[in-house]
Every structure is written in C-alpha cells, then in structure tokens.
Ligand binder design. Structure first.
Ligand code: 5GP
Length: 193
C-alpha cells in the first residue's frame, strides 16, 4: 500500500451508497503534509511533461491543486460553480452533475485564464462517475488548450469511468484506486498499481 492507501485504511470511513468519507484529511480538514506527498508523487508521474497550468473544480479540488501546483511552478485555475447564465462570451461553460449532492451545476472558467497556449494538468480529489472530470476536459477543449495529464487522489475503480478516460488517450494517474468497499465491515480494497 502507498501512503494515501494507508491513510484511507486508517482514517477513511465507508458509507452506504458507495461513498468514502475522507473529510478528516482530504476534503474538509486537510492534511497538508499528505498533500505535499501527493504533489511529489504527481511530479514523478508526470515527469517530462510541460505543464504551465493546473485546473481543478471547487471546492474540494482547490486545496490539493494549490499544493500540487508548487511542484510544477504553475498557477491554479478553478472552475467555479455558477447558476448565472449571463456570462456567455467571457466564460467557458460546462454542465456538471454532482455525485455527492445529486444536483446539476454549470461550471465556468473565465477566458482570461485559459487559452490555446496552455498545457494543463487537471487535479481533483475524487473520480467517481467522471462528470466533474468530463466538464473540466470540455473546458480545456473549448479553450483550445491541451490536457497534458489528469491527477486524481482517489479513483473509485468500480465505477469504471477511469477506464473510459484512459481509453480516450489521457494520462490519468490516480494515487489510490478503490476496487471495492464494504459499508458493513468498513473494508476497502485497492487495485495494485
Ligand atoms: P464525479 O463527477 O466523478 O462523479 O464525482 C466527482 C466529485 O464527487 C468529486 O470531486 C467529489 O467531490 C465527489 N465524490 C464522488 N464520490 C465521492 C466519495 O465517495 N466520497 C466523497 N467524499 N466525495 C465523492
């Protein structure tokens, strides 16, 4: 097991409905030393890639992205969740359905902060159904920028979206891939990487 898998076993809580709660170290209280290790690991995994921008989505991707960004010396742009529509022209817009909240949001990124010269590393906390990620990829495409890589903290491997993204030709690196989890026993099984 790697450092993140060990932490999930120690402090993660398996909830009904295939939800893994990691709010004591990842997406509510945040363990910055752990994020530093994640940054170091992503830097290794995306070695040799020219990356000049980190893109994430609010809220829980932002903390991780900020620490990871230090390893790439790149600024962070986060897609904002927005209900307003009167922003056409100045913004890239994508639809995202939230796995945890089950509601649909538009996410927006200002055209000022993403353009054709950008080589983007997308960072997020979870990959579940992939809606958030597909929205971010769409925004990069709208900008004419390039997705150089995708770094995810925890991929729920049994939801299969990761394979769809990999088959599209993206370098998707997940630090922990959960193959199964059991709310009754609390057991989490990881894919060997
Ligand atoms: P997706 O769009 O891939 O279905 O879900 C992405 C977002 O849903 C993640 O950024 C994360 O915030 C949330 N999410 C999905 N599955 C889980 C989970 O098992 N636990 C937690 N804490 N958040 C999740």
């Amino acid at each position: 097991m790697n450092f993140l898998e060990e932490r999930i076993v120690k402090d993660g809580i398996v909830k009904e409905g295939n939800v893994l709660k990691v709010d004591s170290f990842l997406n509510h209280q945040m363990d910055i030393e752990l994020f530093e290790k994640m940054g170091e690991e992503f830097k290794k995994r995306f070695e040799g890639k020219e990356i000049n921008k980190i893109l994430t989505i609010e809220a829980s991707g932002i903390g991780i992205a900020c620490i990871v960004a230090r390893y790439f010396n790149a600024p962070v742009v986060f897609a904002k969740k927005s209900k307003s529509i009167n922003i056409e022209g100045e913004m890239y817009v994508a639809d995202v359905v939230s796995f945890t909240h089950k509601n649909a949001n538009q996410v927006i990124v200002s055209k000022k902060f993403l353009g054709p010269n950008d080589k983007v590393l997308i960072i997020d906390d979870f990959l579940a159904n992939g809606c958030a990620l597909q929205g971010l990829i769409s925004i990069v495409n709208q900008a004419g920028a390039t997705v150089e890589g995708i770094g995810i903290a925890i991929e729920k491997g049994f939801q299969l979206e990761g394979n769809v993204i990999r088959n599209m030709g993206f370098q998707l690196e997940s630090l922990a891939i959960v193959d199964s989890m059991d709310a009754a026993t609390g057991e989490v099984k990881f894919r060997g990487q």
